[in-house]
Design a protein around this ligand. Structure first.
Ligand SMILES: Cc1cc2nc3c(=O)[nH]c(=O)nc-3n(C[C@H](O)[C@H](O)[C@H](O)COP(=O)(O)OP(=O)(O)OC[C@H]3O[C@@H](n4cnc5c(N)ncnc54)[C@H](O)[C@@H]3O)c2cc1C
Length: 323
């Protein structure tokens, strides 16, 4: 780890200034992912700006219309345990409650979870100068790729690592970003950037921006859930994950939002699955058709073809639990 200055910001404006003053300074929330980066020499900043001392960014506020305002410093454990979130947006509570281990969830923040970098073993090893580090090759293509993507790959094939991002896209959340040029609000569905646009970043957060709020619209009348399959149930990133939200009209599904996790470089919305559900009853025939629709267009690499079958199993389980 390089020597760096630790600066504790007491306001968003101060964090922005501290960030802007030194080139390559970085922000720290819970520090779970950032410390890995420091220890593995993936970043060597002259200054780390700690956000944890900023008051007011660690609260969940229920809006009068049923929506949520979530501060980026709210921990994963807080989101998972919050009775209001569990009732109004269960898929978000489930996704946060299943991430990592209880110890990590007590420290890791929802903002840091969304903004964590990929877990690809080539990216994480200092020795490999991959596309994500400004190199010109994705080592997963001709190498070890059993955890990599089956959708949206190229030129980089690392899957998006965040549990929380998957239901946030499904619920149509927005992110408030505060930077030197002012504040902007970006839809979660637009925030994540595929590697074809920029292989070095997973999202459009600018170097001078701080994520200051997550807004989740009301989900009254929707049934939703997040499910995942992992190698180990204890603490592990998912092999495949899905957040599904459906709104019924009579016996049929009127609207559906389906977002897949761990299978693409960004949370992967699946319009094909949504179309397979809309206008149909959530019965076995519809569920089977939706599971088949989920894998259309899948392009597995040499060692991750198993994800195609696993995704169908997951979709069936997830939809059966909603039915
Ligand atoms: C053993 C293990 C298992 C794990 N399993 C899972 C899993 O199953 N699912 C899952 O989703 N995650 C998993 N994780 C990852 C973990 O959840 C994330 O590393 C953690 O959520 C990051 O949050 P943090 O607050 O510690 O972020 P930090 O490490 O502090 O920050 C992460 C990144 O976000 C940036 N950042 C943080 N907050 C802001 C902000 N407000 N504005 C702008 N930039 C910001 C930082 O600069 C940094 O680049 C696991 C981690 C470990 C070690």
């Amino acid at each position: 780890m390089n020597r760096f200055e630790l600066a504790k910001a007491t306001s968003v404006a101060e964090a922005r200034d501290l960030l802007g003053e030194k080139k390559s300074a970085v922000l720290k929330a819970g520090g779970i992912d950032l410390l890995d980066h420091l220890k593995e020499h993936l970043v060597e900043p002259p200054r780390v700006v700690d956000l944890k001392s900023i008051a007011g960014m660690n609260k969940i506020t229920a809006e009068a219309d049923g929506g949520l305002k979530i501060g980026p410093l709210v921990t994963l454990a807080q989101v998972a345990a919050d009775p209001g979130v569990r009732k109004s947006h269960p898929a978000l509570a489930e996704a946060c409650g299943e991430a990592a281990s209880p110890q990590i969830r007590n420290v890791a923040t929802i903002g840091g979870n969304i903004l964590q970098r990929p877990r690809c073993w080539y990216y994480r090893q200092e020795a490999y100068k991959c596309l994500k580090k400004g190199g010109d090759v994705c080592f997963a293509v001709g190498g070890e790729n059993r955890y990599h993507v089956i959708f949206g790959g190229g030129p980089s094939y690392a899957p998006h690592p965040s549990n929380a991002a998957v239901p946030l896209v499904a619920y149509g959340a927005t992110f408030v970003l505060d930077g030197a040029k002012g504040s902007r609000t970006v839809a979660a569905g637009d925030f994540f950037v595929p590697p074809a646009k920029n292989p070095e970043a997973e999202n459009q957060l600018a170097a001078d921006e701080v994520l200051t709020e997550i807004r989740v619209p009301a989900a009254a009348g929707w049934k939703s859930t997040y499910q995942a399959i992992r190698e180990r149930a204890a603490f592990d990133w998912p092999l495949v994950a899905a957040a599904v939200a459906v709104k019924a009209e009579g016996a049929n599904v009127k609207e559906a939002r389906v977002v897949l996790g761990a299978v693409a470089p960004i949370p992967w919305r699946s319009p094909r699955v949504e179309q397979a559900l809309v206008g149909k009853p959530l019965d076995e025939a519809t569920i089977a058709a939706a599971a088949r629709a989920a894998i259309v267009g899948a392009a597995p690499l040499s060692d991750n073809g198993y994800k195609v079958g696993l995704l169908q199993v997951l979709l069936r389980r997830t939809l059966q639990s909603l039915a």
